[in-house]
Design a protein around this ligand. Structure first.
Ligand code: ADP
Ligand code: ZN
Ligand code: MG
Length: 484
Protein backbone atom coordinates (compact mmCIF):
# COMPACT_ATOMS: atom_id res chain seq x y z
CA UNK A 1 0.00 0.00 0.00
CA UNK A 2 1.35 3.42 -0.80
CA UNK A 3 0.54 6.81 0.57
CA UNK A 4 0.92 9.59 -1.97
CA UNK A 5 2.51 12.87 -1.02
CA UNK A 6 -0.77 14.72 -1.05
CA UNK A 7 -3.44 12.20 -0.10
CA UNK A 8 -5.23 12.55 3.20
CA UNK A 9 -4.46 10.08 5.94
CA UNK A 10 -5.86 8.79 9.22
CA UNK A 11 -3.89 8.40 12.41
CA UNK A 12 -4.69 5.22 14.31
CA UNK A 13 -3.94 4.95 18.01
CA UNK A 14 -4.47 2.24 20.62
CA UNK A 15 -3.30 2.47 24.23
CA UNK A 16 -2.02 0.01 26.80
CA UNK A 17 -2.36 1.57 30.20
CA UNK A 18 -0.81 0.34 33.44
CA UNK A 19 -2.47 1.51 36.61
CA UNK A 20 -1.20 0.96 40.10
CA UNK A 21 -4.01 -0.24 42.32
CA UNK A 22 -4.70 1.61 45.52
CA UNK A 23 -3.72 -1.12 48.02
CA UNK A 24 -1.73 -1.18 51.24
CA UNK A 25 0.17 -4.32 50.35
CA UNK A 26 1.59 -5.99 47.25
CA UNK A 27 -0.19 -8.31 44.83
CA UNK A 28 1.08 -11.65 46.14
CA UNK A 29 2.73 -10.91 49.50
CA UNK A 30 2.24 -8.75 52.58
CA UNK A 31 4.95 -6.18 51.78
CA UNK A 32 3.87 -2.57 51.98
CA UNK A 33 3.27 -0.47 48.91
CA UNK A 34 4.99 2.80 49.61
CA UNK A 35 6.37 5.33 47.15
CA UNK A 36 9.76 6.78 48.01
CA UNK A 37 10.75 4.28 50.74
CA UNK A 38 14.48 3.56 51.19
CA UNK A 39 15.55 1.13 48.43
CA UNK A 40 14.89 -2.57 49.01
CA UNK A 41 13.17 -2.14 52.36
CA UNK A 42 9.70 -3.37 51.32
CA UNK A 43 10.73 -6.83 50.16
CA UNK A 44 10.28 -10.44 51.27
CA UNK A 45 11.00 -13.93 49.93
CA UNK A 46 7.87 -13.84 47.72
CA UNK A 47 8.55 -10.60 45.89
CA UNK A 48 12.30 -11.35 45.79
CA UNK A 49 11.48 -14.63 44.07
CA UNK A 50 13.37 -16.80 46.57
CA UNK A 51 13.00 -20.55 46.06
CA UNK A 52 10.02 -22.09 47.79
CA UNK A 53 8.18 -18.84 48.46
CA UNK A 54 4.54 -18.99 47.37
CA UNK A 55 2.27 -16.18 46.17
CA UNK A 56 -1.11 -15.43 47.78
CA UNK A 57 -3.60 -13.23 45.92
CA UNK A 58 -4.39 -9.80 47.43
CA UNK A 59 -8.21 -9.72 47.63
CA UNK A 60 -8.32 -5.94 47.85
CA UNK A 61 -6.47 -5.69 44.52
CA UNK A 62 -8.99 -8.02 42.89
CA UNK A 63 -11.89 -5.97 44.25
CA UNK A 64 -10.41 -2.77 42.86
CA UNK A 65 -9.83 -4.40 39.48
CA UNK A 66 -13.44 -5.64 39.43
CA UNK A 67 -14.70 -2.14 40.26
CA UNK A 68 -12.69 -0.72 37.36
CA UNK A 69 -13.92 -3.43 34.99
CA UNK A 70 -17.56 -2.83 35.92
CA UNK A 71 -17.28 0.95 35.60
CA UNK A 72 -15.66 0.50 32.19
CA UNK A 73 -18.61 -1.57 31.00
CA UNK A 74 -16.52 -4.71 30.63
CA UNK A 75 -17.64 -8.26 30.53
CA UNK A 76 -16.35 -9.67 33.79
CA UNK A 77 -15.12 -13.27 33.81
CA UNK A 78 -15.92 -15.03 37.05
CA UNK A 79 -12.98 -17.34 36.49
CA UNK A 80 -9.73 -16.10 35.08
CA UNK A 81 -6.20 -17.42 35.05
CA UNK A 82 -2.85 -16.04 36.15
CA UNK A 83 -0.01 -16.69 33.75
CA UNK A 84 3.74 -16.41 33.82
CA UNK A 85 5.23 -13.98 31.37
CA UNK A 86 8.86 -14.99 31.14
CA UNK A 87 11.66 -12.60 30.40
CA UNK A 88 15.02 -11.76 31.83
CA UNK A 89 15.63 -8.35 33.25
CA UNK A 90 17.63 -7.28 36.32
CA UNK A 91 14.60 -5.70 38.00
CA UNK A 92 12.51 -8.87 37.62
CA UNK A 93 13.87 -11.18 40.31
CA UNK A 94 11.78 -14.25 39.53
CA UNK A 95 12.65 -14.18 35.84
CA UNK A 96 8.93 -13.92 35.10
CA UNK A 97 6.06 -11.57 35.81
CA UNK A 98 2.77 -12.94 37.06
CA UNK A 99 0.14 -11.54 34.70
CA UNK A 100 -2.94 -12.78 32.89
CA UNK A 101 -2.90 -13.88 29.29
CA UNK A 102 -5.53 -15.85 27.41
CA UNK A 103 -8.07 -15.75 30.23
CA UNK A 104 -8.06 -12.20 31.63
CA UNK A 105 -10.34 -10.89 34.37
CA UNK A 106 -12.41 -8.77 31.97
CA UNK A 107 -12.88 -8.09 28.26
CA UNK A 108 -15.01 -6.10 25.81
CA UNK A 109 -15.73 -2.85 27.61
CA UNK A 110 -15.91 0.75 26.51
CA UNK A 111 -15.51 4.29 27.75
CA UNK A 112 -17.00 7.45 26.25
CA UNK A 113 -15.07 10.69 26.35
CA UNK A 114 -15.42 14.21 25.06
CA UNK A 115 -12.98 14.72 22.20
CA UNK A 116 -12.69 18.45 22.78
CA UNK A 117 -14.43 21.31 24.59
CA UNK A 118 -17.90 21.56 23.12
CA UNK A 119 -17.06 18.82 20.62
CA UNK A 120 -18.43 15.38 19.96
CA UNK A 121 -18.32 12.34 22.16
CA UNK A 122 -16.00 9.51 21.19
CA UNK A 123 -16.18 5.91 22.30
CA UNK A 124 -13.13 3.76 22.81
CA UNK A 125 -13.61 0.05 23.07
CA UNK A 126 -11.65 -1.70 25.77
CA UNK A 127 -10.26 -4.99 24.59
CA UNK A 128 -9.23 -6.33 27.97
CA UNK A 129 -8.48 -5.51 31.56
CA UNK A 130 -6.22 -7.82 33.49
CA UNK A 131 -4.40 -7.97 36.80
CA UNK A 132 -0.64 -8.27 37.11
CA UNK A 133 2.34 -7.40 39.27
CA UNK A 134 4.81 -4.60 38.67
CA UNK A 135 8.54 -5.08 38.20
CA UNK A 136 11.26 -3.45 40.32
CA UNK A 137 13.16 -0.41 39.19
CA UNK A 138 16.61 -0.09 37.66
CA UNK A 139 18.26 3.09 38.88
CA UNK A 140 20.85 4.46 36.51
CA UNK A 141 21.65 7.68 38.32
CA UNK A 142 22.66 6.60 41.83
CA UNK A 143 26.20 5.38 41.23
CA UNK A 144 28.66 6.42 38.56
CA UNK A 145 28.86 3.86 35.74
CA UNK A 146 26.73 1.36 37.67
CA UNK A 147 23.09 0.44 37.62
CA UNK A 148 21.37 -0.24 40.94
CA UNK A 149 18.17 -2.21 41.44
CA UNK A 150 15.37 -1.27 43.84
CA UNK A 151 12.83 -4.03 44.35
CA UNK A 152 10.32 -2.10 46.46
CA UNK A 153 8.05 -1.86 43.43
CA UNK A 154 8.44 -5.55 42.52
CA UNK A 155 5.08 -7.21 43.07
CA UNK A 156 3.02 -4.03 43.39
CA UNK A 157 -0.53 -4.65 42.06
CA UNK A 158 -1.42 -3.27 38.63
CA UNK A 159 -4.23 -3.51 36.19
CA UNK A 160 -3.42 -3.29 32.52
CA UNK A 161 -6.12 -1.86 30.30
CA UNK A 162 -5.77 -2.44 26.57
CA UNK A 163 -7.90 -0.41 24.18
CA UNK A 164 -8.87 -1.23 20.61
CA UNK A 165 -7.19 1.04 18.05
CA UNK A 166 -10.16 3.42 18.10
CA UNK A 167 -8.44 6.75 18.68
CA UNK A 168 -7.84 8.99 15.67
CA UNK A 169 -5.54 11.76 16.85
CA UNK A 170 -2.94 12.49 19.54
CA UNK A 171 -5.32 15.07 21.06
CA UNK A 172 -8.11 12.48 21.24
CA UNK A 173 -5.70 10.04 22.92
CA UNK A 174 -4.93 12.66 25.51
CA UNK A 175 -8.60 13.48 26.09
CA UNK A 176 -9.49 9.80 26.43
CA UNK A 177 -6.72 9.24 28.89
CA UNK A 178 -7.90 12.22 30.92
CA UNK A 179 -11.36 10.69 31.10
CA UNK A 180 -9.99 7.28 32.09
CA UNK A 181 -7.83 8.83 34.80
CA UNK A 182 -10.76 10.78 36.17
CA UNK A 183 -12.94 7.66 36.22
CA UNK A 184 -10.29 5.67 38.10
CA UNK A 185 -9.80 8.47 40.60
CA UNK A 186 -13.55 8.66 41.25
CA UNK A 187 -13.61 4.91 41.74
CA UNK A 188 -10.66 5.18 44.14
CA UNK A 189 -9.11 2.34 42.19
CA UNK A 190 -5.86 4.26 41.85
CA UNK A 191 -4.49 7.65 42.75
CA UNK A 192 -3.27 7.84 39.13
CA UNK A 193 -0.33 9.93 40.28
CA UNK A 194 1.63 10.25 37.06
CA UNK A 195 4.80 11.67 38.62
CA UNK A 196 5.01 8.65 40.89
CA UNK A 197 4.32 6.32 37.98
CA UNK A 198 0.94 5.01 39.12
CA UNK A 199 -0.41 5.62 35.61
CA UNK A 200 1.88 4.69 32.72
CA UNK A 201 1.00 4.48 29.08
CA UNK A 202 2.34 2.56 26.12
CA UNK A 203 0.95 4.17 23.00
CA UNK A 204 0.61 2.33 19.67
CA UNK A 205 0.37 4.37 16.53
CA UNK A 206 0.13 3.94 12.78
CA UNK A 207 -1.14 5.97 9.84
CA UNK A 208 -3.02 4.88 6.73
CA UNK A 209 -4.62 6.49 3.69
CA UNK A 210 -7.88 8.16 4.70
CA UNK A 211 -10.85 5.86 4.43
CA UNK A 212 -8.84 2.63 4.18
CA UNK A 213 -10.08 -0.19 6.34
CA UNK A 214 -6.77 -1.98 6.82
CA UNK A 215 -4.26 -1.09 9.44
CA UNK A 216 -0.63 -0.45 8.63
CA UNK A 217 2.35 -1.48 10.75
CA UNK A 218 2.39 0.30 14.09
CA UNK A 219 5.12 1.36 16.45
CA UNK A 220 4.78 1.43 20.20
CA UNK A 221 6.06 4.29 22.35
CA UNK A 222 6.81 2.96 25.80
CA UNK A 223 6.10 4.10 29.31
CA UNK A 224 4.95 7.65 29.13
CA UNK A 225 3.86 9.31 32.32
CA UNK A 226 2.73 12.73 31.20
CA UNK A 227 -0.26 13.70 29.09
CA UNK A 228 1.53 16.41 27.18
CA UNK A 229 4.51 14.16 26.41
CA UNK A 230 2.13 11.44 25.25
CA UNK A 231 0.51 13.86 22.84
CA UNK A 232 3.86 15.08 21.55
CA UNK A 233 5.28 11.59 21.16
CA UNK A 234 2.24 10.43 19.20
CA UNK A 235 2.37 13.45 16.91
CA UNK A 236 6.07 12.84 16.35
CA UNK A 237 5.56 9.18 15.51
CA UNK A 238 2.55 9.81 13.26
CA UNK A 239 4.55 12.39 11.28
CA UNK A 240 7.48 10.00 11.01
CA UNK A 241 5.25 7.18 9.75
CA UNK A 242 3.72 9.49 7.19
CA UNK A 243 7.14 10.55 5.90
CA UNK A 244 8.25 6.93 5.58
CA UNK A 245 5.07 5.83 3.81
CA UNK A 246 5.10 8.79 1.44
CA UNK A 247 8.64 7.98 0.44
CA UNK A 248 7.45 4.50 -0.47
CA UNK A 249 9.23 2.72 2.40
CA UNK A 250 7.81 0.47 5.10
CA UNK A 251 7.50 1.35 8.75
CA UNK A 252 9.43 -1.07 10.90
CA UNK A 253 7.54 -2.79 13.70
CA UNK A 254 9.46 -1.37 16.65
CA UNK A 255 9.28 -0.33 20.25
CA UNK A 256 10.28 3.29 20.68
CA UNK A 257 11.50 5.29 23.63
CA UNK A 258 10.41 8.93 23.85
CA UNK A 259 13.05 11.45 24.82
CA UNK A 260 11.16 14.45 26.23
CA UNK A 261 14.30 16.62 26.39
CA UNK A 262 15.07 16.22 22.68
CA UNK A 263 11.47 15.80 21.58
CA UNK A 264 12.18 12.65 19.60
CA UNK A 265 11.41 8.94 19.70
CA UNK A 266 14.24 6.44 19.30
CA UNK A 267 14.02 2.72 18.62
CA UNK A 268 14.49 0.76 21.84
CA UNK A 269 14.43 -2.78 20.55
CA UNK A 270 12.80 -4.91 17.90
CA UNK A 271 9.29 -5.71 19.12
CA UNK A 272 9.18 -9.06 20.92
CA UNK A 273 6.80 -11.57 19.49
CA UNK A 274 4.31 -13.07 21.91
CA UNK A 275 6.03 -16.45 21.89
CA UNK A 276 9.19 -14.81 23.21
CA UNK A 277 7.48 -14.59 26.57
CA UNK A 278 6.64 -18.29 26.71
CA UNK A 279 3.40 -17.61 28.59
CA UNK A 280 2.05 -20.52 30.60
CA UNK A 281 -0.49 -20.79 33.43
CA UNK A 282 1.00 -19.89 36.81
CA UNK A 283 1.39 -23.24 38.60
CA UNK A 284 1.57 -21.68 42.08
CA UNK A 285 -1.87 -20.04 41.89
CA UNK A 286 -5.32 -21.53 41.47
CA UNK A 287 -7.86 -20.23 38.96
CA UNK A 288 -8.98 -16.79 40.09
CA UNK A 289 -12.64 -17.10 41.01
CA UNK A 290 -14.68 -13.96 41.66
CA UNK A 291 -17.91 -14.90 43.44
CA UNK A 292 -21.05 -13.55 41.83
CA UNK A 293 -22.17 -11.99 45.15
CA UNK A 294 -18.97 -9.99 45.24
CA UNK A 295 -19.56 -8.70 41.72
CA UNK A 296 -23.08 -7.68 42.71
CA UNK A 297 -21.93 -5.97 45.87
CA UNK A 298 -19.15 -4.09 44.08
CA UNK A 299 -21.43 -3.19 41.18
CA UNK A 300 -24.00 -1.79 43.60
CA UNK A 301 -21.34 0.25 45.38
CA UNK A 302 -19.99 2.12 42.37
CA UNK A 303 -19.92 5.86 42.96
CA UNK A 304 -21.65 8.40 40.79
CA UNK A 305 -19.24 8.74 37.88
CA UNK A 306 -17.93 12.13 36.69
CA UNK A 307 -20.05 12.20 33.53
CA UNK A 308 -23.16 11.41 35.58
CA UNK A 309 -22.31 14.15 38.06
CA UNK A 310 -21.76 16.61 35.22
CA UNK A 311 -25.23 15.97 33.84
CA UNK A 312 -26.83 16.18 37.27
CA UNK A 313 -25.16 19.51 38.05
CA UNK A 314 -26.72 20.97 34.91
CA UNK A 315 -30.12 19.42 35.59
CA UNK A 316 -30.36 19.99 39.36
CA UNK A 317 -28.50 23.26 39.84
CA UNK A 318 -29.03 24.86 36.45
CA UNK A 319 -25.29 25.33 36.01
CA UNK A 320 -23.78 26.05 32.60
CA UNK A 321 -22.20 22.96 31.01
CA UNK A 322 -18.76 24.48 31.39
CA UNK A 323 -19.15 24.89 35.17
CA UNK A 324 -20.53 21.38 35.55
CA UNK A 325 -17.57 20.01 33.65
CA UNK A 326 -14.93 21.87 35.65
CA UNK A 327 -16.59 21.07 38.98
CA UNK A 328 -16.88 17.37 38.21
CA UNK A 329 -13.23 17.21 37.17
CA UNK A 330 -12.37 16.13 40.69
CA UNK A 331 -14.45 14.41 43.29
CA UNK A 332 -13.24 16.74 46.03
CA UNK A 333 -14.14 19.82 44.01
CA UNK A 334 -17.58 18.45 43.13
CA UNK A 335 -18.29 17.53 46.76
CA UNK A 336 -17.22 20.96 47.95
CA UNK A 337 -19.44 22.67 45.39
CA UNK A 338 -22.44 20.61 46.43
CA UNK A 339 -21.87 21.22 50.12
CA UNK A 340 -21.67 24.98 49.54
CA UNK A 341 -24.59 25.01 47.11
CA UNK A 342 -26.74 23.35 49.78
CA UNK A 343 -26.00 26.21 52.15
CA UNK A 344 -26.55 29.03 49.68
CA UNK A 345 -29.59 30.07 47.65
CA UNK A 346 -27.60 30.77 44.47
CA UNK A 347 -25.82 27.73 42.99
CA UNK A 348 -24.12 29.70 40.21
CA UNK A 349 -22.60 32.01 42.81
CA UNK A 350 -21.33 28.97 44.74
CA UNK A 351 -19.91 27.60 41.50
CA UNK A 352 -18.14 30.90 40.76
CA UNK A 353 -16.45 30.87 44.15
CA UNK A 354 -15.45 27.23 43.98
CA UNK A 355 -14.17 27.43 40.40
CA UNK A 356 -12.59 30.82 40.96
CA UNK A 357 -11.28 31.35 44.48
CA UNK A 358 -10.92 27.74 45.59
CA UNK A 359 -9.05 26.65 42.49
CA UNK A 360 -6.92 29.80 42.60
CA UNK A 361 -6.00 29.11 46.23
CA UNK A 362 -5.17 25.48 45.47
CA UNK A 363 -3.05 26.60 42.57
CA UNK A 364 -1.22 29.33 44.51
CA UNK A 365 -0.50 27.04 47.42
CA UNK A 366 0.45 24.12 45.18
CA UNK A 367 -2.09 21.84 46.88
CA UNK A 368 -4.83 19.56 45.63
CA UNK A 369 -8.38 20.55 46.52
CA UNK A 370 -8.47 17.64 49.01
CA UNK A 371 -5.35 18.86 50.76
CA UNK A 372 -6.57 22.44 50.76
CA UNK A 373 -9.30 21.32 53.17
CA UNK A 374 -11.89 24.02 52.57
CA UNK A 375 -14.70 24.03 55.14
CA UNK A 376 -17.93 24.40 53.13
CA UNK A 377 -19.64 26.26 55.99
CA UNK A 378 -16.87 28.83 56.14
CA UNK A 379 -16.90 29.37 52.40
CA UNK A 380 -20.70 29.71 52.42
CA UNK A 381 -20.33 32.28 55.19
CA UNK A 382 -17.91 34.40 53.14
CA UNK A 383 -20.15 34.19 50.09
CA UNK A 384 -23.04 35.35 52.29
CA UNK A 385 -21.06 38.32 53.63
CA UNK A 386 -20.26 39.41 50.09
CA UNK A 387 -23.87 38.92 49.00
CA UNK A 388 -25.07 41.06 51.90
CA UNK A 389 -22.63 43.80 50.97
CA UNK A 390 -20.68 43.50 54.21
CA UNK A 391 -17.58 42.57 52.21
CA UNK A 392 -16.50 43.49 48.70
CA UNK A 393 -15.59 40.54 46.51
CA UNK A 394 -11.96 41.45 46.91
CA UNK A 395 -12.18 41.58 50.71
CA UNK A 396 -14.13 38.34 50.65
CA UNK A 397 -11.28 36.72 48.79
CA UNK A 398 -8.76 37.99 51.36
CA UNK A 399 -10.91 36.78 54.25
CA UNK A 400 -11.26 33.37 52.58
CA UNK A 401 -7.48 33.06 52.16
CA UNK A 402 -6.86 33.95 55.80
CA UNK A 403 -9.48 31.42 56.88
CA UNK A 404 -7.64 28.74 54.91
CA UNK A 405 -4.37 29.72 56.54
CA UNK A 406 -5.62 29.95 60.12
CA UNK A 407 -8.75 27.81 60.26
CA UNK A 408 -10.56 30.73 61.94
CA UNK A 409 -14.11 31.84 61.21
CA UNK A 410 -14.90 34.67 58.77
CA UNK A 411 -16.07 37.03 61.51
CA UNK A 412 -12.96 36.37 63.56
CA UNK A 413 -10.64 36.93 60.59
CA UNK A 414 -12.47 40.15 59.71
CA UNK A 415 -11.98 41.42 63.20
CA UNK A 416 -8.38 40.34 63.75
CA UNK A 417 -7.14 41.39 60.34
CA UNK A 418 -9.35 44.45 60.17
CA UNK A 419 -10.73 43.23 56.89
CA UNK A 420 -14.02 45.06 56.62
CA UNK A 421 -15.53 47.59 54.33
CA UNK A 422 -14.74 51.15 55.26
CA UNK A 423 -17.45 53.33 56.82
CA UNK A 424 -18.74 56.43 55.06
CA UNK A 425 -16.39 58.85 56.85
CA UNK A 426 -13.31 56.92 55.72
CA UNK A 427 -14.72 56.60 52.22
CA UNK A 428 -15.40 60.31 52.04
CA UNK A 429 -11.81 61.04 53.05
CA UNK A 430 -10.38 58.82 50.28
CA UNK A 431 -12.73 60.32 47.75
CA UNK A 432 -11.67 63.81 48.74
CA UNK A 433 -7.98 62.84 48.53
CA UNK A 434 -8.51 61.34 45.10
CA UNK A 435 -10.19 64.49 43.85
CA UNK A 436 -7.86 67.00 45.50
CA UNK A 437 -4.75 65.12 44.40
CA UNK A 438 -5.68 65.02 40.69
CA UNK A 439 -6.89 68.47 39.61
CA UNK A 440 -6.03 67.95 35.92
CA UNK A 441 -8.11 64.76 35.73
CA UNK A 442 -10.93 66.47 37.58
CA UNK A 443 -10.97 69.23 34.99
CA UNK A 444 -10.98 66.73 32.10
CA UNK A 445 -13.75 64.73 33.72
CA UNK A 446 -15.86 67.79 34.18
CA UNK A 447 -15.20 68.75 30.55
CA UNK A 448 -16.95 65.53 29.59
CA UNK A 449 -14.27 62.82 29.71
CA UNK A 450 -16.46 60.51 31.75
CA UNK A 451 -14.33 57.43 31.31
CA UNK A 452 -11.94 58.98 33.83
CA UNK A 453 -14.35 57.83 36.51
CA UNK A 454 -12.63 54.46 36.42
CA UNK A 455 -9.33 56.21 37.16
CA UNK A 456 -10.81 57.88 40.23
CA UNK A 457 -12.36 54.65 41.46
CA UNK A 458 -8.94 53.03 41.05
CA UNK A 459 -7.37 55.81 43.13
CA UNK A 460 -9.86 55.30 45.92
CA UNK A 461 -9.47 51.54 45.88
CA UNK A 462 -5.70 51.89 46.08
CA UNK A 463 -5.78 54.38 48.93
CA UNK A 464 -8.20 52.14 50.80
CA UNK A 465 -6.13 49.02 50.20
CA UNK A 466 -9.21 47.27 48.93
CA UNK A 467 -11.40 48.23 51.88
CA UNK A 468 -13.62 50.61 49.95
CA UNK A 469 -16.69 49.09 48.37
CA UNK A 470 -16.22 49.89 44.66
CA UNK A 471 -19.96 50.50 44.14
CA UNK A 472 -20.13 52.97 47.00
CA UNK A 473 -16.89 54.62 45.92
CA UNK A 474 -18.38 55.14 42.46
CA UNK A 475 -21.51 56.69 43.89
CA UNK A 476 -19.57 59.06 46.13
CA UNK A 477 -17.22 60.05 43.31
CA UNK A 478 -20.01 60.73 40.82
CA UNK A 479 -21.67 62.92 43.38
CA UNK A 480 -18.58 64.91 44.40
CA UNK A 481 -17.19 65.27 40.87
CA UNK A 482 -20.59 66.37 39.68
CA UNK A 483 -20.65 69.17 42.20
CA UNK A 484 -17.60 71.01 40.83
P1 ADP B 1 0.77 -6.53 19.55
O1 ADP B 1 0.52 -7.87 19.04
O2 ADP B 1 1.85 -5.80 18.86
O3 ADP B 1 0.86 -6.48 21.04
P2 ADP B 1 -1.99 -5.95 19.64
O4 ADP B 1 -2.87 -6.24 18.50
O5 ADP B 1 -1.99 -6.89 20.78
O6 ADP B 1 -0.53 -5.70 19.15
O7 ADP B 1 -2.40 -4.51 20.18
C1 ADP B 1 -1.67 -3.85 21.16
C2 ADP B 1 -2.18 -2.42 21.19
O8 ADP B 1 -1.90 -1.78 19.96
C3 ADP B 1 -3.67 -2.27 21.38
O9 ADP B 1 -3.91 -1.18 22.23
C4 ADP B 1 -4.20 -1.98 19.99
O10 ADP B 1 -5.34 -1.17 20.04
C5 ADP B 1 -3.06 -1.24 19.37
N1 ADP B 1 -2.94 -1.44 17.92
C6 ADP B 1 -3.00 -2.62 17.27
N2 ADP B 1 -2.80 -2.45 15.97
C7 ADP B 1 -2.61 -1.12 15.77
C8 ADP B 1 -2.33 -0.31 14.61
N3 ADP B 1 -2.18 -0.82 13.42
N4 ADP B 1 -2.18 1.02 14.82
C9 ADP B 1 -2.29 1.54 16.04
N5 ADP B 1 -2.54 0.85 17.14
C10 ADP B 1 -2.69 -0.49 17.02
ZN1 ZN C 1 7.08 -9.12 49.46
MG1 MG D 1 -0.56 -7.84 22.13
Amino acid sequence: MTVSATSAHDTIIGLEIHIQLNTFSKMFCGCRVEFGAAPNTNVCPVCLGLPGALPVVNQRAIELAVRAALALNCQLHLSSVFARKNYFYPDLPKGYQISQYDRPLATDGWLDFQENEGGGVGRVRIRRLHVEEDSGKSLHDRFAAKTAVDLNRAGVPLVEIVTEPDLRSPAAARAFLGQLKLALEYLEVSDCNMEEGSLRVDANVSVRPAGDSEFMTKTEVKNMNSFSQLEKALAYEAARHLRILRSGDQVEHQTMLWDPARGEARPMRGKEEVHDYRYFPEPDLPTLVVPEELVERLGGGLPEMPWQKERRFVADYGLPGYDARVLSSSRALADLFEAVARLRPDAKEASNWVMGEVLAAANDLGLTVERLGVDPKGLAEVIGLVAEGRLSHNLGRQVFRKMLETGKSAERVMEEEDLRLAGSAELEAWVREAIDGNPAEVERYRAGEEKLLAFFIGQVMRKSEGKADPARAREALVERLGKG
